[in-house]
Design a protein around this ligand. Sequence first.
Ligand SMILES: [Zn+2]
Length: 300
Amino acid sequence: MSLDSPRFKQEPRLQQIMDQGRLMKVREINQGVHVLQGALLDLGYSMPRSTAGTVISPDGNFGPETRDTVRALQEEVGISVDGIVGPETMETLDALFPAHRYRVRLHLRAVAANNEPICRVPIHSALEASERVFGRYGIGVDYGSGESVYLSEEQLQLFQQIDTECTWDVTDGDMYDLHRVGTPVPNNEVVVYFVRQFAEDILGCGGHAPDRPACTVSLAGTLWTTAHEVGHVLLTSSFEPVHERHRQNLMYPWAVAVRGVPMLTRDQVQQMRLHRCCEPVGSPSTPVRRVRATPALQFP
Ligand SMILES: [Zn+2]
């Protein structure tokens, strides 16, 4: 049986539980466990040990705390209580997250000379990759619009290489001018500009004018660069650390090297959800059985 929840359905390890009955239990460590733990946290369960680390949080380690939390969930929804995630538990979780609870809308603007491939990574792939990154934390990425921006010869020359240094607040220079081209969008939605290159040795920049959430990605960007720059926009300059030193974290400063999908920490997710561009999508439709929002769980 296929998982329907947008949060889970792209997770191969979770899908295996349904397809092959491959149980998830104590001692398993991987991204599938990380996604499971994130869902349990969003159901209101407290998992202090699994979230104690700051580099990977939750830690993706199915330890005793995760087992006990799964047991608590199973008890609450009235299915067999064994602390193991098999098809029945996974089906229950799938029904509890029928839709994303937050949404970020991206507008894509390509700036390029005629017939030049604008990105090494096709723009639709960058969008799908962003959904894969944020979707597993309940943040859906919507396609707002896409545009190849028509420019004068003079503008085209100007924007071929972005010379403005990447800073948080972009108040003048070619990046500022770039962020004014194309169809305007509401200021709670993010515009992603795809350009040929930067003068600096960077793949992208999350800086933008304060009232105009936007980021810029270069031709050299990888599959995950768009998500990384959108990450900067959502985290804002108030979040520390700006970059993470773990190569599997989306906010690793250079090209993220990952097996699977780049991860976010619990702190990063919580900060992103506060941004005005990360809009709550109302209450999810009624789950099969209700889970208490804030179970009073006690761990030894
Ligand atoms: Zn960065």
